[in-house]
Design a protein around this ligand. Structure first.
Ligand code: NAP
Length: 282
């Protein structure tokens, strides 16, 4: 597996496994299958309700902790300096880990600055190896960077063929922030899996649409964390390092960009209120 080097020197696999929307009761099996397939980077969140199952799968895999890269995320209802520290300790306990590889602020809402101070301390103390954010547009990202000590190592944002984030990626590059894609397949929206441009590109390489999309992201320097509950797709999604898209193919994929989210805009006031008031259960 190829790694990227984050701005504090920590190495992160360029391709990992996401567990959003995998029900808690199915997660242990799915993560176990993903680890068996060869994934070493796992992306969960307090809000996904499956950290304990991820932890069980890690323990029963027998894989050495140092070979794994585990990311989880802080939810909005835990924002703030004291609450964020407690939330990190809760996530560590649920995962059964002593250290996270990456801890992200899940949404750019609430007391982000208090959360960030807590995360800076957690990193200094060694409870987390790297800290970052998710769903931050450029303005929020730059404000956070310019008024704090630690620059986020990662910004995990919706990134797929229909919302490519090239200007955002350039801003992140200038600021030393690694872009990470969530929803690399747009969860299948916009008929992604039957898109003619993606299908034609795949046919030219003997690869599937999913593999073309992941290859295209990796080739752009974007970290990816596709989700699948099916072992054959887990293997398919890992198998993207034995071919390369040509400049012409990269240009034809670039033309698919709509420049807009297929889910929602994190700057929409209704969503700010809706997500910001969602409180996690136990
Ligand atoms: P995604 O990876 O874009 O799409 C997952 C969907 O694609 C599932 O329906 C899956 O079905 C299907 N799929 C996977 N591989 C396939 C293949 N090779 N061929 C055909 N279909 C395939 O969506 P996502 O889960 O939303 O995003 C990935 C990860 O990003 C999440 O799991 C989570 O870790 C993270 N994420 C973060 C945020 C955030 O706010 N930070 C938001 C969303 C997601 P099956 O499972 O049935 O195979």
């Amino acid at each position: 597996m190829r790694n990227v080097t984050l701005n504090n020197g920590v190495e992160m696999p360029v391709l990992g496994f996401g567990v959003y929307q995998i029900p808690a009761e199915e997660t242990e099996r799915a993560v176990g299958d993903a680890l068996a397939a060869g994934y070493r980077s796992l992306d969960t969140a307090a809000a996904y309700g499956n950290e304990e199952a991820v932890g069980r799968a890690i323990r029963s895999s027998g894989i050495a902790r140092r070979e794994l890269f585990v990311t989880t995320k802080l939810w909005v209802s835990d924002a703030g300096e004291d609450k964020a520290r407690r939330a990190c300790e809760t996530s560590l306990r649920k995962l059964g880990l002593e250290q996270l590889d990456l801890y992200l602020i899940h949404q750019p809402y609430g007391d982000v600055y208090g959360s960030w101070r807590a995360m800076e301390s957690l990193q200094r103390e060694g409870l987390v190896r790297a800290i970052g954010v998710s769903n931050f547009h450029g303005d929020r990202l730059v404000d956070l960077i310019d008024h704090n000590e630690v620059t986020p190592a990662v910004n995990q944002v919706e990134t797929h063929p229909f919302y490519q984030r090239t200007a955002d990626q350039e801003l992140m590059r200038e600021r030393g922030v690694q872009i990470e894609s969530w929803g690399p397949f747009a969860e299948g929206r916009n008929n992604l899996f039957t898109d003619p441009v993606l299908a034609k590109t795949g046919a030219a390489h003997g690869k599937s649409v999913a593999q073309v999309v992941l290859r295209w992201l990796v080739q752009r320097g974007v970290v990816v964390i596709p989700k699948s509950v099916r072992p054959e797709r887990m293997a398919e999604n890992l198998d993207v390092f034995d071919f390369e898209l040509t400049a012409e193919e990269m240009a034809s994929l670039a033309a698919l960009d709509t420049g807009a989210s297929l889910f929602f805009d994190h700057r929409d006031p209704a969503m700010v209120s809706r997500l910001g008031s969602h409180v996690l259960g136990d």
